[in-house]
Write a protein that binds this ligand. Structure first.
Ligand code: UDH
Length: 287
């Protein structure tokens, strides 16, 4: 990965001190996974060191890379603040230089999680430079801080063991929940498909894209890649996508001609809030 642009010099020495790749002294290991509600107005008191727009970075060393954390979002405020309350301190202990992006899909179109990942990638790069993109469901709370939020030689699948799947990988090709790509990897797979409106299938399409470009999938041990999902019912506006099996059959053929290079959306607003950059977009179903 490229060296981050925010290099800091050690006072008086002119020498830049890189953060340790594995900051073992600061890590705790297993975490409780806090699920209590957090009011947004409490975030500044709980996490005062986050910079406006949602950047958290190490104070005494230079992080190895810059990470954009992209959260696809619609009407899940309670989950969002619970998630931030859990991952902000984890980012600090991991010595990650991260910026949180909430990518909100405006009504009325059916929710499209995968298209929002493409939007997040494009919009984040308009605002700053990033080496690594972590696409993070809003309702997944990490339970081990040894699950380092970094990119690797191969795309990373972080959420390998969720409570809803009895802390196991539900099937070999599963890449749902939390995944990470370097900029180069995401460009090479042409991002996600934009065609999956509604619940399901888009993550299996992503697997096909990764596999088709001959990447492997890097995964932590089950005990490390552990997450709890904050319970919720199926959302209105994200009903089951009945077309998903049909779409999946052509995933590989479509890869180069449909995805990051063809996404269409209307950007409605970009706001630098205290603990995140909030981007609202309109997606159209017509292709
Ligand atoms: N999301 C929203 N708002 C929505 C829908 C989805 O913010 O209205 C985002 C959010 O980041 C969420 C992610 O998209 O974490 C994935 O959506 P999800 O939580 O609905 O997916 P999951 O597989 O849902 O976790 C499980 C419950 C519904 C299953 C019904 C299938 N028959």
């Amino acid at each position: 990965a490229q060296r981050p642009s925010n290099e800091r010099k050690r006072a008086g020495t002119g020498v830049v001190e890189p953060c340790p790749l594995y900051p073992t002294d600061d890590l705790i290991g297993r975490l409780a996974g806090l699920k209590e509600c957090v009011a947004p107005e409490d975030l500044p008191r709980l996490h005062p060191y986050v910079e406006k727009g949602g950047r958290v970075r190490p104070t005494n060393c230079t992080a190895y890379e810059r990470v954009a954390i992209i959260i696809p979002f619609r009407n899940r405020y309670v989950h969002l603040y619970i998630l931030l309350n859990n991952i902000i301190p984890m980012m600090q202990r991991q010595k990650v230089d991260a910026r949180f992006f909430v990518i909100e899909q405006a009504p009325p179109t059916i929710f499209n999680r995968a298209a929002l990942f493409n939007v997040g990638f494009i919009e984040a790069l308009k605002l700053d430079s990033f080496d690594c993109f972590i696409f993070h469901d809003v309702d997944l709370i990490p339970l081990n801080d040894r699950n380092l939020y970094r990119c690797d030689e191969h795309p990373m699948h972080f959420a390998v063991a969720m409570d809803k799947y009895e802390y196991k990988l539900p099937y070999k090709k599963y890449v749902g929940g939390v995944v990470g790509f370097t900029k180069e990897q995401y460009l090479r797979i042409n991002g996600n498909s934009n065609l999956y409106f509604g619940w399901g299938g888009e993550d299996d399409d992503l697997f096909e894209r990764i596999d088709n470009k001959e990447y492997e999938i890097a995964r932590p041990y089950l005990d490390v890649g552990k997450y709890d999902m904050v319970r919720h019912k199926q959302d209105k506006g994200n009903e089951d996508n009945c077309d998903r099996r049909r779409l999946l059959r052509t995933a590989r053929q479509r890869q180069d001609t449909e995805g990051l290079n063809t996404i269409k959306y209307k950007r409605k607003s970009v706001e630098l809030r205290s603990h995140m950059t909030w981007i609202t977009v309109q997606l159209d179903m017509a292709e």
